[in-house]
Design a protein around this ligand. Structure first.
Ligand code: IVH
Length: 699
C-alpha cells in the first residue's frame, strides 16, 4: 500500500442495527464504490487505497448477507464499472464473471465439500482442480473469427466492455492469428498485466518526463491498455496470461488443464506456475509454496484461483449469482493490527438479540482506519477473554467486518476487570436470556422493550418489507416516541389521526406530510411475501417468506394453516414441515408467532387496513414440470438433491419433502422406501433419475 494513501483513509461506518439503517448505509457505500469504480476502471486514477475499497466492498457483502434484497442493483452484482465513453462498446458473447473468495484451509475444504455435495459424490471421491496464480491485472477477452483476432475487449461491467483491439496489437503474448486447427469462433480470456520491473521503469520515465505515475502495476496496466491513443499504449510493456474462454464454436478440450496446453500451443502464454492438484492437502501445499515465491515474482499476484479441471463437472456445477460454483479465489492473508479496546457496547436488535461491539482506539489495518469491531456474542467474549482496556489484535479479512482475534495478555493493564455480559437488556432492563442451542442472548422484554418495538417497526417499513417512502428510521423513532405509532397498523392511521400534529412538527410542513401520507397510501396494497417478511418473525427472512407465500398462496390460507399447525400430529403441521427448506426451528418460530394473541391482533388490524395480494407460483412455459410438485427420494446417483432441487425450481416446479395427493412426480433413486410405496398407493407418477432428466429435457 502506498504510504501517501494512509492519511486519506476514512473510517468504516458502524454496523447498522436495523434494516433501514442497513439500507441507508448500503446506498451510501454503493455510491462511493461506484465513484471509486469510475475513478479506478475508467480514469485509471484510484481515489482510495485498495484496502479501503475492499473494506467498503466487503461491508456491502456483509450487509447483503443480512439483508439479501440489498443485492438488487448493488455494485457487488456488477463487475467493475460501465465502459468509458471514449471507447466503442463490445457486448460479451458470454458474460465475464467474478470469483468467490477463500481465506483458509477450512474455506477450501468447504469449497470441495460443496462441490461433492452438489454433484452427489462421496466425501472422499477425488476432485481434480487446476491451481493458477491469481494475477493482479485486468481481464481481457480476445475474440477470433476465422482464426483472426477481431476484437479485444475489457471486462467493463461484465456484460459489456470497451473495445481495446488497437491497443493489444503490440502485446506479444497475444497471437493475432490462430493455427488452422482452431475453430471458427474462439474467445480467449486472460489477464493483462505489467511486470513489476516494467512498472518501475515506466514510473521512472514518467516522472522524468513529467508524466503521470501509477500507484501499482495493476493501475499502470489498466491505464496503458485503456489509452485512447494506441501509439502511447504501444510503448507500454504489457503482457498477457491466458486462463479461460468465452464463446467457442467447437469445444477445445475436456479439461481446464488440456485447454491451457492447447492454447499454449497456439502461441498464448500460460502461467508457468499453474499446477494440477488433487485434494485439500495438495492445495494448501501449493498455497504455501506460492506464498513463499510471491515476493520474488516479477508480477503481482493476490491469491490463487482453483478451478475444477473437468469441464463436464463445471457445466453441471454452474454459477451462483456472479461467480462459478466450480472455481474459487484463495486470497493471501488478511491484514492485522494491534490497538486498544476502549469500551464494549451492547446493541439490541429487532428480535432482541444483544450484540457486543468493541469500540477501539482508531487504527489503520491494510490502509483502512478501523474504530469498531464486532465481538459477535457472549461466547466470543468468553473465548477471547477480552476486557475493556486490553490491547487486542484486530483483523480485517476479505469479506467480513473487522473482528477482534486475540488479546495481548502480556500487555494487559493492571486495573482491568473481567467483562460481565449484561444479564438485562441495556434498553428496557428486562431479563436477557439465552436459549439452549442458540448463540444469541436475547432481551425477553418482547413488546415492552422499546428497542425491539422500534426495530420491528423500522423493519416493517424497510425497503424489502413495506418500503414506505418518507418513513425512514428517524421518523419511525419520532412517531414511536410521540406514541402515535406503536404497532404497524398505526402507520396507516397517521393521516386520519395525526395529520395536523405532524404538519406542526419541527422540520415538517404541508408538503412533507403529504409526501409521507402518499408514501403510506401507496403501500396499502402489498404482496403476501413482502407482508410475511415485514412481520419480522424470527428466522423468517425474505427467502422463507417467499417460500411460505408461494406455498400457501393467500393470507387467509397461510394464517389459518399456521394456526392449525399448532396441533401436534395435524395435517397442517405435516404440511408445514414438509415444505422444502422449512425446518422444525422455523416452523416452531412461525407457530409460536401465530399462537400469540397480540400478534393475531396486529394481523387482524393490518388485514382490515390493507389489501394483501395472493401469490401465484411462477410458471415457466413449455416445460412439462412447470407448476408441478415433485418429491425426490432414495439415494440419488446422477445428481445431488440440491442440484435436482435448484434445477426443478428453475423450471417452475415446487419441490416437496413428502408425498401427498398433491404430488405430481416422485423421482425415486435406489433404496426408495415409504415414499415410493405411498406414491404407488396414491397413483403418483414415479420416475427414476434418468426418467426425470428425460422429462425435464423434453420441450
Ligand atoms: S478465472 C468465471 N483465472 O480474478 C471465472 N481469473 O476475481 C473467471 N484473475 O476477473 C475468472 N487470474 O480478472 C481467473 N487464473 C485466473 C485469474 C483470474 C486473475 C482475475 C480476473 C477475474 C478476477 C476474479
Amino acid at each position: 500500500m502506498n504510504a501517501d494513501h494512509a492519511s486519506n483513509t476514512s473510517d468504516l461506518p458502524e454496523l447498522p442495527e436495523t434494516s433501514t439503517e442497513a439500507r441507508k448505509q448500503h446506498a451510501e457505500i454503493s455510491d462511493r464504490i461506484r465513484s471509486f469504480n469510475q475513478a479506478y476502471y475508467i480514469n485509471d486514477e484510484p481515489l482510495v487505497p485498495d484496502a479501503e475499497y475492499d473494506a467498503l466492498f466487503n461491508r456491502l457483502i456483509e450487509l447483503e448477507t443480512h439483508y439479501p434484497t440489498l443485492k438488487k442493483n448493488s455494485p457487488t452484482q456488477e463487475v467493475g464499472a460501465a465502459p468509458a465513453d471514449g471507447f466503442a462498446k463490445v457486448k460479451h458473447a458470454r458474460p465475464m464473471l467474478s470469483l468467490g473468495n477463500a481465506f483458509s484451509r477450512e474455506d477450501i475444504v468447504d469449497f470441495l465439500a460443496r462441490i461433492r455435495r452438489f454433484l452427489s459424490l462421496t466425501a472422499h471421491s477425488p476432485i481434480e482442480v487446476v491451481g493458477e496464480p491469481k494475477i493482479d491485472g485486468l481481464s481481457l477477452s480476445l475474440r477470433y473469427e476465422n482464426r483472426q483476432l477481431v476484437t479485444a475487449a475489457t471486462r467493463g461491467d461484465g456484460s459489456e466492455g470497451e473495445d481495446v483491439t488497437a491497443n493489444v496489437a503490440h502485446i506479444s503474448d497475444i497471437p493475432k492469428t490462430l493455427p488452422d486447427d482452431a475453430p471458427d469462433v474462439v474467445e480467449i480470456r486472460g489477464e493483462v498485466y505489467m511486470a513489476r520491473s516494467a512498472f518501475q521503469k515506466l514510473n521512472e520515465t514518467q516522472s522524468q518526463t513529467g508524466g503521470k505515475t501509477f500507484a501499482n502495476p495493476r493501475n499502470a496496466a489498466a491505464g496503458s491498455l485503456r489509452q485512447l491513443d494506441p501509439a502511447i499504449s504501444a510503448k507500454r510493456p504489457l503482457r498477457f496470461f491466458a486462463y479461460s474462454f468465452g464463446e467457442l464454436s467447437e469445444s477445445l478440450a475436456q479439461t481446464q488443464w488440456n485447454f491451457l496446453q492447447k492454447v499454449d500451443g497456439w502461441g498464448f502464454t500460460i502461467n508457468p506456475l499453474t499446477r494440477l492438484l488433487n485434494d485439500a492437502d495438495d492445495i494448501m501445499a501449493f498455497y504455501d509454496e506460492l506464498g513463499v515465491l510471491r515476493p520474488d515474482l516479477d508480477y503481482d499476484i493476490d491469491g490463487i484461483v482453483y478451478k475444477v479441471n473437468d469441464f463436464e463437472l463445471q457445466l453441471r456445477l454452474g454459477f451462483v449469482s456472479r461467480s462459478p460454483r466450480w472455481a474459487i479465489a484463495h486470497k493471501f492473508p488478511a491484514e492485522r493490527a494491534r490497538t486498544r479496546l476502549n469500551a464494549i457496547e451492547v446493541q439490541v436488535g429487532r428480535t432482541g438479540a444483544l450484540t457486543p461491539v468493541a469500540r477501539l482506539e482508531p487504527v489503520t489495518v491494510g490502509g483502512v482506519v478501523v474504530s469498531n469491531a464486532t465481538l459477535h456474542n457472549r461466547d466470543e467474549i468468553d473465548r477471547l477473554g477480552v476486557r475493556v482496556g486490553d490491547m487486542v489484535v484486530i483483523q480485517r479479512a476479505g469479506d467480513v467486518i473487522p473482528q477482534v482475534v486475540e488479546v495481548i495478555l502480556d500487555e494487559r493493564p493492571e486495573d482491568t476487570v473481567e467483562y460481565q455480559f449484561p444479564d438485562t437488556c441495556p434498553k428496557c432492563g428486562s431479563h436477557a436470556m439465552r436459549e439452549e442451542g442458540e448463540a444469541a442472548t436475547r432481551c425477553t422484554g418482547g413488546l415492552i422493550c422499546p428497542a425491539q418495538a422500534v426495530e420491528r417497526l423500522k423493519h416493517f417499513v424497510s425497503r424489502n418489507a413495506f418500503d414506505i417512502d418518507g418513513m425512514g428510521a428517524k421518523n419511525v423513532e419520532t412517531f414511536f416516541e410521540l406514541g402515535w405509532v406503536k404497532s404497524p397498523g398505526d402507520i396507516f392511521r397517521l393521516e386520519t389521526l395525526h395529520a395536523d400534529e405532524i404538519k406542526k412538527l419541527e422540520g415538517w410542513g404541508e408538503k412533507s406530510a403529504t409526501k409521507l401520507f402518499d408514501g403510506v397510501n401507496e403501500r396499502r396494497t402489498i404482496g403476501l411475501d413482502r407482508f410475511i417478511y415485514a412481520l419480522g418473525i424470527r428466522q423468517i427472512g425474505q427467502a422463507t417468506a417467499k417460500l411460505l407465500a408461494r406455498h400457501y398462496g393467500s393470507i387467509t390460507e397461510w394464517r389459518s394453516s399456521i394456526i392449525a399447525a399448532n396441533e401436534a400430529d395435524s395435517d397442517a403441521l405435516r404440511e408445514l414441515i414438509n415444505i422444502d427448506q422449512i425446518g422444525p426451528g422455523v416452523a416452531k418460530d412461525l407457530i409460536g408467532f401465530m399462537a400469540e394473541e397480540h400478534n393475531l391482533e396486529v394481523l387482524d388490524d393490518l388485514q382490515d387496513l390493507l389489501t394483501i395480494n395472493d401469490v401465484e407460483a411462477p410458471t415457466v412455459s413449455d416445460n412439462p414440470v412447470s407448476g408441478k410438485t415433485v418429491v425426490f427420494t432414495g439415494k440419488l446417483e446422477l445428481f445431488s438433491r440440491n442440484e435436482a432441487k435448484v434445477r426443478a425450481e428453475s423450471l417452475g416446479a415446487k419441490v416437496a419433502g413428502s408425498v401427498s395427493a398433491k404430488t405430481d412426480y416422485l423421482v425415486a433413486g435406489p433404496g426408495a422406501g415409504s415414499k415410493l410405496k405411498k406414491a404407488e398407493e396414491l397413483g403418483v407418477t414415479v420416475l427414476d433419475e434418468q426418467g426425470w432428466l428425460d422429462l425435464i429435457a423434453a420441450e
